[in-house]
Design a protein around this ligand. Structure first.
Ligand code: ZN
Length: 69
């Protein structure tokens, strides 16, 4: 299950929320003020799982030296 980072549109507070489905995103509320005016930001989860071996995405890793040394 992906963890998304949200930014509240009312109090500008950033927080992380575990979202089970796309439909659950609409039900995410700000833990600080309870507002539903939250914006989903880019997930930091996928980027920190396998830093040495990126299997997801296609053109993000451009610095791939031959040999690996
Ligand atoms: Zn808020």
């Amino acid at each position: 299950m992906p963890i998304y980072e949200f930014s509240c549109g009312d109090c500008e507070r950033s927080f992380e929320e575990l979202v089970r489905s796309a439909d659950a995103v609409k039900e995410v509320a700000c833990p600080t003020c309870g507002s539903h005016r939250v914006r989903r930001k880019i997930s930091l989860f996928a980027a920190s799982v396998n830093p040495g071996r990126a299997t997801t995405g296609g053109s993000t890793a451009a610095s791939c030296a031959p040999g690996g040394a």
